[in-house]
Design a protein around this ligand. Sequence first.
Ligand code: SF4
Length: 321
Amino acid sequence: MPVTNPRELGLLSDCESCFGLCCVALPFSASADFATDKDAGRPCHNLRDDFRCSIHTRLRESGFPGCTVFDCFGAGQKVSQVTFEGRSWREAPQTARQMYTVFPVMRQLHELLWYLAEALTLEAARPVHDALRSALAETEQMTRQSADALERLDVAAHRAEVNTLLLRASELARAGLDGKERRGADLIGARLKGADLRGANLRGAYLIGADLRGADLRRADLIGADLRGADLSGADLTDAIFLTQAQLNAAAGDTATRLPATLARPAHWADGAGKTASRNRPSRADQPPGGRSGNGPSGNGRSGNGRSGNGRRTRGTGRRR
Ligand code: SF4
């Protein structure tokens, strides 16, 4: 019986055990989310020698809100401490290239583990629980491969296989709710205030800057949905399916927003930050090329649901103390 608890699976980010991989391996572009450009493999100028961020307490006001919404699902510490056995790219520069290549692969595997673990909590998905457990065990095993094997891994193919299972689990969980079909829909800036979206299929939907105040999103499947700047004030997300902390962190909300028990209310919601003015809503053109799969787990280390050009950080706490 595989472990299914996200904490026991090591899916909660632990920056203290990571070599700042998201601040080095991933590129980002100057935008509303990042104050500057940075190429993949080049350390961010704010990254200190001890792998901590020199502006972690003021990322948003310093023009790096994208850094506050990224979630590596624990891939950073796995690559740092397991795959490369605690030797950093500073100590062993010859490993840097491979470490940066493996990190986004590991992130995808950890993201899949997160969704598989959640799917196993869906009672209605019981008919596929055996298959989900097998996929979880297989994926977990993949994360423990050597760096060479991880570099060669066809993670896109594995993702596609797992996504078929996740979709089936979602269909079972939403059965009988007659939810709206909005998979991959362009709902940028949509006026959905008070909308009944119970059981809706919003997989990969573009909800950037959407007005979802007071919307009922219970049992809605939100995997890969782009919620940047969406206003979730007063919305009910109590048992939304496949919603992640990164998606919440990228959206706006308030104390009346109802959340799944596993997710935390982002700290910046208290001051109304994160609400994207309609005149300044990001468009599809702002999104990273290939940065989202549209219909399932993300493809390249960016979920597309909270960062353009790939931010970092998770759980609204800011990065690297
Ligand atoms: S958290 Fe962001 S700003 Fe800070 S070092 Fe990392 S990439 Fe740079």
